[in-house]
Design a protein around this ligand. Structure first.
Ligand code: NAI
Ligand code: UGA
Length: 448
């Protein structure tokens, strides 16, 4: 099928590429000229495992093209995806300016029937607003073409985006049009062979399904962080508790890892947006408010511990930082715990020596040159001359470090681990103080 995708970010680029890979004829449109020029030259703007070869292969086969030319994109696609950002507005609501701008662009260039497929995460009622925006422009143009607006939320995870798109758990299609449903079923047929993963519903329910999924996952994380806080105070080990409850299939092992709170470009903004939506209906979402409060408190935990360890005297201290990306296997630093930690350390007068396997370039882009940030080429280089180590991203490469060397290099022999990567007894054997999340004896002062 002929498919156009507006927005070549994490969602649009990956989904467009995976659709091309099964044989669809895809054009990706973006307003970012540098990004499109790069993609045309085979430069992939994000780190996503498996993406680069797939883009190059499909580009070479002529099934995947990139352009800034919206008219060309609209002329091409019988199905037109909207996969642009929906960042939080000042009041926490989802800002729909990019989505509505694309809707108007499509209407400006439409020359026949089209199906608009919304993949961006948008509040309930957005499909109606998209349809109204399209109708308005068609009216201005004095033309009338039939069109559908379908809600087809995306559930991919960064760091596993290609795999998630190739093998989705479910494909949610929100529409009241049997013809649009048939077109989407045809599009996704290659992903629906093993068993039927397509869940068809009304548009509003599909829009709400996306927020419900992310809010549910965020709730699991905040719940577990609450239990971690309790475990610390009660002399229990949250890692044992995690394994103990995860073995119950009704609970499951997924998304119950305690840590530094949920980050990334979606959970924080989507929980906020759902709170905003709830309030707009005069409903107070008590649970979501608590989920968000727990998350905000959790994000400060590592800084508070480091600060307490140094008795509030962080000026001149050098903190080694392992991890910059908000999670492993991505270079995305949006709402990354590393950012709040670094910014708090800098405000307190400390310096940071950071290492991340792929996000160093992104860190340079975000922070530029500054005297209190050194981007170290290796994890060991980050430790050299540092007073203590903070770990914020659970990259595979941090899992089995040379503890003897670590103890030798860190002046204060102290590790603050926001991801519970290590066995506390092992670090103790190497003479390292260890402060992790939700495990007993958390007072760093007692450990050194
Ligand atoms: N990043 C993720 O893991 C997931 C994101 N989502 C949702 O998908 C949407 C997109 O997210 P990302 O891909 O992360 O965003 P992104 O920020 O990586 O990419 C958005 C792209 O849209 C482009 N754009 C903006 N206005 C445009 C216009 N008028 N015409 C053409 N292109 C335009 C931007 O230049 C940018 O390249 C958001 O609503 C997000 O909540 C949903 C599931 C997963
Ligand atoms: O809407 C979206 O954008 C996407 O948001 C999340 O995907 P993503 O943000 O890429 O990453 P996750 O793996 O969900 O992690 C989100 C945050 O939660 C944290 N987390 C995750 C799991 C866990 O057990 N504990 C925990 O603290 C991670 O460290 C990270 O900060 C969802 O998992 C996707 O299904 C969804 O499509």
């Amino acid at each position: 099928m002929k498919v156009s995708v507006f927005g070549t970010g994490y969602v649009g680029l990956v989904q467009g590429t995976v659709l091309a890979d099964v044989g669809h004829d895809v054009i990706c449109i973006d307003i970012d000229e540098a990004k499109v020029a790069g993609l045309k030259a085979g430069e992939i703007p994000i780190h996503e495992p498996g993406l680069a070869p797939l883009v190059l292969e499909n580009q070479a086969a002529g099934r995947l093209r990139f352009t800034t030319n919206a008219a060309e994109g609209v002329a091409h696609g019988e199905l037109i995806f909207l996969a642009v950002g929906t960042p939080p507005d000042e009041d926490g609501s989802a800002d729909l300016k990019h989505v509505l701008a694309v809707a108007r662009t499509i209407a400006r260039y439409m020359d026949g029937p089209r199906t608009l497929v919304n993949k961006s995460t948008v509040p309930v009622g957005t499909a109606d607003r998209v349809a109204a925006a399209v109708r308005e422009v068609l009216q201005e143009r004095g033309v009338d073409y039939p069109f559908d607006v379908v809600s087809n939320p995306e559930f991919l995870k960064e760091g596993a985006a290609v795999a998630d798109c190739k093998r989705p758990d479910r494909i949610v299609i929100g529409t009241d049009s049997p013809a649009a449903e048939a077109r989407l079923r045809e599009l996704y047929a290659p992903f629906n062979r093993n068993h039927d993963k397509i869940v068809v519903m009304d548009i509003r329910s599909a829009e709400l399904t996306k927020y419900a999924a992310n809010a549910m996952l965020a709730t699991k994380i905040s719940f577990m962080n609450e239990i971690a806080n309790l475990a610390e105070r009660l002399g229990a080990d949250v890692e044992a508790v995690r394994r103990g409850i995860g073995s119950d299939p009704r609970i499951g092992y997924h998304f119950i890892y305690p840590g530094l709170g949920y980050g990334g470009s979606c959970f924080p903004k989507d929980v906020k947006a759902l709170i905003h939506t709830a309030r707009s209906t005069d409903f107070s979402p008590e649970l979501l408010l608590a989920v968000e409060r727990r998350n905000e408190a959790q994000r400060r935990v590592l800084f508070d511990r480091i600060n307490a360890f140094y008795g509030g005297e962080l000026k001149g201290k050098v903190v080694a930082l392992w991890g910059l990306a908000f999670k492993p296997n991505t270079d995305d630093m949006r709402e990354a715990p590393s950012r709040s930690l670094m910014e708090a350390l800098w405000a307190a007068g400390a310096r940071v020596q950071a290492h991340d396997p792929v996000a160093m370039q992104e860190a340079s882009r975000v922070y530029g040159e500054r005297s209190d940030l050194v981007l170290a080429a290796t994890p060991t280089a980050a430790l050299e001359g540092a007073d203590c180590l903070a770990i914020v991203t659970e990259w595979q490469t941090f899992r089995v470090p040379d503890f003897a060397q670590m103890a030798h290099l860190l002046k204060d022999r102290m590790v603050f681990d926001g991801r519970n990567l290590y066995d506390p007894a092992l670090l103790a054997r190497h003479g390292l103080g260890y402060s992790s999340i939700g495990r007993a004896a958390q007072d760093p002062a007692q450990q050194v």
